[in-house]
Structures are given as C-alpha cells and as structure tokens.
Design a protein around this ligand. Structure first.
Ligand code: ADP
Length: 616
C-alpha cells in the first residue's frame, strides 16, 4: 500500500473515532450527588431541594442522574463520618460524579474532607450555609456555592417597628450544635442593639420549659425564635413539630422569626432569604459548573437578599396595627379585603349603583313632575269643562235663537198678512186656513230646529239616514222663498242629477243650506234692486256631493275670510256670528268639510262637501 494511501486511511480512522468519542461523551449523563443533613422532610430541606432539582433538570442538554445521600450530624454529630465516607467510597467506586452538592454546613464539611476520596474529580457546589459561618474557612479546590443570611438585626428592627415600646428581646434556642451556632449569631447581632434592647436567652431548657417560659415574658417584649432542633433533654424536634404554634398560643409578646420556613407557622414576621429562591439559585450554579464553568472563579455570595414578611394573623393575635408594618414588608394571609383587593371591581360596582340611584332619582323626579303636570292638567280639564259647558250653553242658546229666528219671522209675516186681509175684508175661510197652515208648519219647523240643535249639542252626533241632497236643498229653499221675494233676491238653483246618496240628518242639512242662503241674502241686500241674486248648486265631487252657495254681494276681505267660521265672528250690527260656526259643526258631524272662496267677478262662494254613502 503506498504511503499516501496509508496516511489517508489513518486520517479517516482518527476522524471516525473522534466522532464516535464525541457522540458517546454527548450522550453520557451528568451525575450529581446531593448531600443533605438531617431529615429530608424538614421544611427547609424539602423547599430548597425541590427548587434546586427543578432548575437543575430544566432544559438540560444532558441527562442528569441525581444521587441523594443523607447525613445525620444532628443526632450522630460527625462521629461516623469517616465510616460513612468509606462506605460511600466503595459505593461510588465505578461511578464518576461531576458535582457534589452540599446543602448545609455539615454536608459541606463532609464533602471538603472526603470528596477526593469518594468522588475524585468532582466539583463541590454548596448552599444552605449561613453567611458568616465560613469566616476563617479554607476554600477547597474546585469549590463554589451560595450562602443564606440569618438577618437577626433586620428582624429586630421589624420587631421594634411593630412594638416600639419593646425594651427586651428573648431569644429562643435549642441545645444542638446548630441551635447554639444560631444563638451565637443572635448574641452578636443583639450587641448592636445594646441600649435599645436588653437581650435575654431562653435556652438550655426542655421543650415544655421553653414553651412555659415564653408564656411569662412581658407583654411589651419581643420574642425571637431561632431553632430548637434538640432540647436540653436530647429530644429532637422533627419536621412537623408544633412548638411554634404552641409558643404563639401562650406568648403575650409578639413572636419573631428570621427563618423563612418558620413563617406562616406562628411568628408575626421577620426577615429572611426565601429557601425556594435560594434552591433555584443553587440549581443555576450547579448547571454553570456542569456546563464547564470553573468553580474556583465563581465568587461565593449570599443569595438571595433577605425579604421582610409580616403575617396578618400575627398582627391580629398580638393586636398590632397594620399601620406599624414598614413599607418594605409584605403582609400575607390577609383575608380578602373588598376595597383593597377588588378595588376596580368595587369601583365599577359603586359606579353602577350610583348611576342606578341617579337614574332612580331622575325617574322619581320625573314621575313627580308628571304627577304634578297631570294634576294641573286635570284641574285645567275641569276648568275647561266648566268653561266649555258655559260656552256650550251660550252656543246652544245662540244657535237656537239664530235658527228659530227665521221660522218666527215667517210666522210673524203670515200673521201680519192675515191681519191686513182682515182689515181689508178680503180674508175668506180658505185664505185663513192657508195662512194658519203656514203658521203651523213654521211653528213645527221651529220646534224641529230647536230639537235637532239641542240633540246635536247634547250628544254631538246625528241620526244619519240615506238622504237625497237635492230634496233637502229644495226643502230649505221652499221655506226661504217668501223671504227672498220680500228682499227682492233672485234664488237660482242648479241641482245636479244623479247625485250619490249621502248619509245625513235632513233637518240639519236644510239648516246648513238655510244659513248659507240667509247670509247670502243679507250680503246682496246692499246691491241695487234687480241685481241681488243667489245661486244654489249641487254637484257630484270627489266621492261625495258638493252644495255650492254663491252670491254677488261684496264678498269677504282676506282677513275676514280667515276667521269667517269662528264662533261669534260677525260684521253685522245685530249679528251673532253663530250661523257659519253652526254650518261648520253640522258639516263636520257629517264627515264633510266647508270652505269659503271669493266669487268672480264679485261675491262669495261657500262650498259644502259631504261624503257619499259607501257602496253596499
Ligand atoms: P252673522 O250672520 O250673525 O254675522 P255668520 O257666522 O253667519 O254670523 O257670519 C259671520 C260673518 O261672515 C258675517 O257677519 C259676514 O261678515 C260674513 N259673511 C257670511 N256670509 C257672507 C256672504 N255671503 N258674503 C259676505 N260676507 C259674509
């Protein structure tokens, strides 16, 4: 095989091997050990580890295998750590661990001591170690982590804000190494409050004694719970102990706590780093290290900063006003407050209610105004009715007087004629009977007129019958013939035929014609003799019949024409102004209409239109 070909084949083999190695490496999972201290169900362990694992596994480019290991330094106090390490060393002999996560001080100490033996090559990432415990600590190689803050000072400041009269603070701590370490920190912090707060320590007691002594502290003191993992009798608290709740029940002084996972279990509040946030920050740090960051270059920091929380129920328990809570503290467990939590909904509701009240008010005001208006209207209607009755009475009297005038005049002229004949001796029996018949007829007509006018006024309606218009017109003219002759007026008729039948009351129709003709006779009275003429015509028009009465009198001025049908309008010295208003009333009651127009070349024309009877 030539050398060039051999070189090529070798290069290809190297490439294939490299690709294979890369593929294997990419596929290999990351392995992490989590060393935790004490019972895994302690709230702080549970909260922190759940958050840590969530972040760790979230969108990881590789599988992550987690190996949890448990130390119990609380009870066994590092006594068996060497044996534990030896067991673990055998256990992990063939497993390469990338990162050892130490959650707490003792796990960190363990990892620092045994990492190279048990998990050689692994980096150490710690969390859950209280800031300050690492002073004078020699940072092992390939090690980084985050610390938490035990904010005793911040919590004391909160206590003073809630209870400004407090002069004493009682710290409560158990007897375990951990409890005492917390107590040492509290002591150090309390020194910064000397002069303001006198520190007392409830420690070195059994659990019962601790609870009992918290019941006897002063009302205006502060009670500061640290931890009681083990009491003086060697009794361990365990994850679900109720010591906080019991102290809360007994203590007259408000209870403070700087441990996040103790909140909501009795204390009124405090300042602390949230354990879940801390776990998440730890998870992110582990991922950075797994991704290749050099742990020695990552500075150790306290993460996250402490936050202040106040329990609303604690405020109630120790009768502390909400106004005393500093602005930087969140108040939790407050029952929903309508005004605060549902401000906008409330505002909308209130607006709707206000609007509804507004509307209601408008409706009430309007209905009151309407009631008043209706009352006024009723009063006015009563008044109108009274006035109307008076007017109607006047109109009735006027109408009767107007309408009977003509028959009475006729009776008088008959009687005068009889008297003249008697004086001349020319009155025979036949003549007398004729005159008396005329008088009787006129009298009956007057009675008819009075009856019909009264009826019209009292009921406002007519007794309509199919009526021959021409007959009515002729009847009216017959009664007026003598009067016309006396006045030297020519009565001309032009009766159309055939005419549609009209529903009418004949007596009323005759009155209409009589009124118009009498007015005409009076109007032409000023004309020279022989030039006084009136024409009465009937024609079929617009689905009805028209009666047209025209004369050659002076006619009406434009102003008078506009009010000629008004009741009491008259231009005559002894006129009453009723004639045309009676005409209009009768015509309207018949469903017809009446109008005036000037005659050509002079005079007046009155047109009465009445509807024809609908075809059967
Ligand atoms: P009166 O005859 O009592 O005055 P009317 O109501 O009958 O009452 O008439 C009202 C007025 O109309 C009359 O005074 C008169 O001025 C005018 N008038 C009525 N008919 C005619 C007519 N044919 N020609 C001119 N004026 C008329």
């Amino acid at each position: 095989m030539p050398a060039a070909v051999r070189r090529c084949a070798l290069a290809a083999l190297v490439l294939v091997l490299a690709a294979w190695a890369h593929g294997v490496a990419a596929a290999a999972p990351w392995r992490v050990v989590i060393i935790r201290n004490w019972d895994e169900l302690y709230r702080v362990n549970e909260t922190r580890e759940r958050a840590l694992r969530e972040v760790l596994l979230e969108n990881s480019p590789r599988e992550i295998e987690i190996y949890p290991e448990q130390l119990d330094n609380l009870r066994f106090n590092k006594k068996y750590n060497a044996e534990t390490a030896a067991v673990l060393q055998r256990q992990y002999r063939d497993i390469r661990i990338d990162v050892v996560i130490a959650t707490g001080l003792e796990p960190l100490e363990f990892a620092a001591l045994y990492r190279d033996k048990v998990w050689p090559g692994a980096a150490i990432v710690f969390m859950g170690v209280t800031d300050g415990w690492l002073e004078n600590w020699k940072r092992p190689s390939r090690t980084t982590g985050i610390t938490t803050v035990l904010d005793v000072a911040g919590t004391l400041n909160l206590g003073l804000a809630l209870l400004p009269s407090a002069r004493k603070v009682y710290f409560i701590a158990g007897s375990s190494e951990f409890d005492q370490r917390y107590l040492d920190q509290a002591r150090a912090a309390a020194r910064r409050f000397s002069g303001r707060l006198e520190p007392h320590y409830i420690t070195g007691l059994s659990r019962e004694e601790i609870i009992e002594s918290t019941a006897h502290v002063e009302r205006d003191a502060l009670l500061f719970y640290l931890t009681v993992l083990r009491d003086s009798q060697g009794q361990y608290g365990g994850p679900y102990n109720t010591i906080l709740a019991q102290i809360r029940e007994r203590s007259p002084a408000p209870l403070l706590s700087a441990v996040y996972t103790q909140w909501n279990r009795g204390p009124v509040g405090g300042l602390s780093s949230p354990s879940d946030e801390h776990g998440r920050a730890g998870g992110r740090l582990v991922r950075r290290v797994l991704d290749g960051a050099d742990p020695d270059l990552i500075p150790i920091a306290a993460v996250p900063a402490a936050v202040c929380q106040v329990d609303w129920r604690g405020l109630q328990r120790w009768s502390i006003s909400e106004a005393k809570v500093p602005g930087y503290c969140a108040i939790v467990n407050r029952p929903p407050q309508m005004w605060r939590d549902y401000f906008w909904q409330f505002l909308i509701l209130v607006t709707i209610i206000v609007l509804q009240f507004g509307l209601l008010w408008v409706v009430i005001v309007q209905s009151r105004a309407r009631r008043i208006a209706e009352q006024r209207l009723r009063e006015r209607a009563i008044e109108m009715a009274r006035v109307g009755r008076l007017a109607a009475m006047g109109e009735l009297a006027g109408s009767i007087a107007h309408e009977v005038n003509q028959p009475i005049a006729s009776i008088l002229s008959n009687a005068e004629a009889a008297k003249m004949m008697l004086d001349r001796g020319s009155l025979d029996d036949g003549k007398l009977r004729e005159i008396l018949d005329d008088i009787c007829n006129e009298d009956m007509r007057a009675a008819d007129v009075v009856r019909s006018v009264r009826k019209m006024f009292s009921r406002g309606e007519l007794n309509l019958v199919p009526t021959d218009i021409n007959a009515s017109v002729s009847g009216a003219l017959r009664h007026l013939a003598m009067e016309a002759a006396r006045r030297g007026v020519t009565l001309e008729t032009a009766l159309g035929s055939p005419l549609p039948v009209v529903l009418a009351e004949p007596v009323e129709l005759e009155q209409v014609v009589a009124n118009l003709v009498v007015n005409g006779m009076e109007a032409v009275g000023g004309n020279p003799e022989g030039m006084r003429s009136i024409r009465v015509a009937t024609v079929a028009a617009e689905g009805g019949v028209e009666i047209v009465v025209s004369d050659n009198g002076p006619g009406l001025s434009q102003a008078d024409a506009a009010r000629v049908f008004n009741t009491t309008f008259t231009t005559k010295k002894d006129g009453m102004g009723f004639g045309l208003s009676i005409v209009r009333t009768i015509v309207h009651l018949h469903g017809g209409r009446v109008g005036y127009e000037p005659n050509v070349p002079r005079g007046a024309v009155f047109r009465v239109w009445l509807p024809a009877t609908p075809e059967a």
